[in-house]
Design a protein around this ligand. Structure first.
Ligand code: G3I
Length: 375
């Protein structure tokens, strides 16, 4: 039974991040196989949000665009919001591709996440050169953020301001990545980025986003320690970072997921007065059985166990999957997928846009989550 529009709006309004939008009730949205309300609506009725990333090119696929508009309440540009796409030449800003995704989000009454302002990857070649010049100015950070965040002011619910600044293998005591940013400006580049974002948009939720924080292995434990140290320092310096983005690139047949370990980490983050967003959830399914049904079951089981912990933490605001359908996933690119192995099935919809066990696992996690009364 679809929830009434009033219930949906009240819950959407309760989630501080989502503008109050009037999306048509479910029975007006063509469903793929009638398994009930879309993920966006199930999340919103609990004061949470569900969304996914997409690339501009996928919008030309009518079937995918319809599924995207139905299932997601939040949209993130997969590539188009990165500096390598926006500022290919110094001072020349091309928002066209990201604007097309922003337009889709607006037309479908979806909120928009910004990704990612400061990252060590997907930068234009000229920037890496400029950062390597002794005495480089941190206007290489602040000017870019002022321009891009200013361009999207009022459209963005939350920004990934700094992405993946931790890399324990680089051997620093603070566990920070020896990125071109850190080499040029020291660890303070992170604070600089967040202050610049705050000056450019006083309303967006500002997020530090990173990966490798969920599993029980020593590598993930070292990353959790480094991220907690980073977040503690930002809080101590009163830097305007509001939330931790936990990417959530999981492995169905990889390092063990221990719910208690993950629950403790989320509690430590929340105790530092940060909100939490699961920002890039997908589940690699290689390294185990080859039968799709067995892989789908394992992916759904891990998804449910993971989200039950994440959504049980009151500080968690929402869940974003890194793609919606197996038809479009970064895990199928040559850099990630071994030739001759079955195509990956890491996302809620299959390549024919049908709801998979993972979709049902996400739906059940939202349905059983405690309602939020966001303060
Ligand atoms: O579209 C251009 C094409 O016009 C151009 O000719 C070609 C030349 O290289 O590049 C194409 O862009 C590619 C883009 O994806 C769109 O497909 C880039 O090369 C490629 O590097 C880019 O990969 C993205 C990657 O981040 C790097 O930005 C993936 O799609 C995206 O899924 C991945 O997402 C990251 C998150 O941002 C951060 N967390 C990890 C996650 C997975 O790596």
């Amino acid at each position: 039974m679809p929830i009434s529009r009033r219930t949906f709006l009240r819950s959407a309004a309760a989630s501080a991040l989502l503008p109050v939008v009037e999306r048509p009730p479910t029975h007006l949205l063509p469903g793929p196989d009638g398994d009930g309300p879309p993920l966006a609506e199930r999340a919103a009725r609990k004061g949470l949000f569900y969304g996914c990333c997409a690339a501009t090119a996928y919008l030309d696929d009518a079937g995918f665009a319809q599924a995207l508009g139905r299932e997601a309440g939040v949209l993130v540009p997969e590539w188009e919001g990165k500096r390598g796409r926006i500022e290919r030449r110094p001072g020349v800003y091309d928002y066209s591709a990201a604007d097309r995704l922003a337009g889709f989000a607006r037309r479908h009454l979806m909120a928009l996440r910004g990704h990612a302002l400061v990252w060590h990857l997907s930068n234009p070649g000229w920037l890496d050169e400029a950062l390597s010049v002794p005495g480089a100015s941190d206007r290489l950070i602040t000017d870019y953020i002022a321009r891009v965040v200013g361009h999207y002011r009022g459209q963005i619910q939350s920004w990934d301001v700094v992405n993946e600044a931790v890399e324990v293998e680089d051997g620093r005591p603070d566990g920070l990545r020896a990125s071109p940013w850190l080499k040029a400006f020291g660890p303070g580049y992170i604070d600089t980025a967040f202050h610049a974002a705050r000056r450019a948009d006083a309303d967006a939720v500002l997020v530090y986003n990173d990966y490798g924080l969920s599993a029980a292995d020593p590598w993930s434990a070292s990353r959790r320690r480094a991220v907690l140290a980073l977040l503690t320092g930002l809080r101590r310096r009163d830097t305007p970072c509001h939330a931790l983005g936990i990417q959530g690139h999981l492995r169905a047949f990889g390092p063990r997921f221990d719910p208690d370990v993950f629950r403790r980490f989320l509690a430590e983050v929340a105790a530092l007065r940060y909100r939490i967003i699961i920002t890039e959830l997908d589940v690699r399914d290689d390294g185990g059985p080859t039968a799709p049904a067995a892989r789908d079951r394992a992916v759904a089981d891990l998804t449910r166990r993971y989200l039950d912990v994440a959504l049980d933490q009151p500080a968690t605001l929402g869940v974003v999957t890194w793609g919606l359908s197996d038809r479009y996933t970064w895990l199928a690119t040559p850099a990630e997928h071994r030739p001759g192995t079955p195509p990956p099935r890491p996302l809620p919809l299959d390549d024919a846009l049908r709801r998979k066990p993972m979709w049902h696992a996400i739906a059940a996690a939202f349905d059983t989550a405690r309602p939020r009364t966001h303060g």
